[in-house]
Design a protein around this ligand. Sequence first.
Ligand SMILES: N[C@@H](CCC(=O)N[C@@H](CS)C(=O)NCC(=O)O)C(=O)O
Length: 237
Amino acid sequence: MSEQLTLYLHKLSPYSAKVELALVEANAPYRTYQVDLSNKPEWFASKVNPIGKVPAVTYGGPNVEPDDPSPLSAKIAESNIILEFLADLYPDSGLLPKDPVLRAKVRFFVDVTTKQVEAPLYDFIRGQESYDNVLKGIEFIQGLLEEGRDFAVGDHYSIADACISPGLARLKIITETDLGKFPVGMGYKLGEELKGPKFARFRKYAQGMLDRPSLKQTHDEEYTTTFFKTRFTERVQ
Ligand SMILES: N[C@@H](CCC(=O)N[C@@H](CS)C(=O)NCC(=O)O)C(=O)O
């Protein structure tokens, strides 16, 4: 029997979503525990993740209840580190290719996604930045995508795809609904910019990721949209 793996997550957390996507794509057995981020249980920081954030994973040890984690399990946090851990745990899943050059490319894609897409996108959604850096990041990412291929790197779904997909799902919501703390209309405007021929390759790749069963299984678009609606009611006109 394989070791237990528990993913501590939050339904709206894009970082949690990366990890769950990788688990589903690897066909890995896992269970989840929803952490109430507005009222975190005391044991979460003391027994699972000292940083206090989701996602976090416990691996191995005895099969205890998730709200009473065992000191004997390994505790792993930070979404990108957990992605690497899963790729190590499931070497035949293709989450990381075997070829060293392709592995490096996957890691580079993850790095670029984290710094140049994820960060500016979430800053834009929070109304802290214009979308200029989002577009720059997407242009950079597009430059890494090879013509005629469906995946970020090579011919297989990898942690690079898992890393960017939750951002793509949120990009879809904000460009279709204009929901965010940014000034009214800016979400739609970003969507219009992305509809141009300049971003055709990125659009094709993004659609492929959004169509994957793993994304549909792990991302509740309606729930996330409703949350955005309630969260972003006060708007700059
Ligand atoms: N760099 C972290 C970011 C994780 C993160 O910011 N998680 C948020 C939810 S999306 C969280 O747990 N926030 C609760 C808190 O900061 O108290 C990662 O990639 O895992």
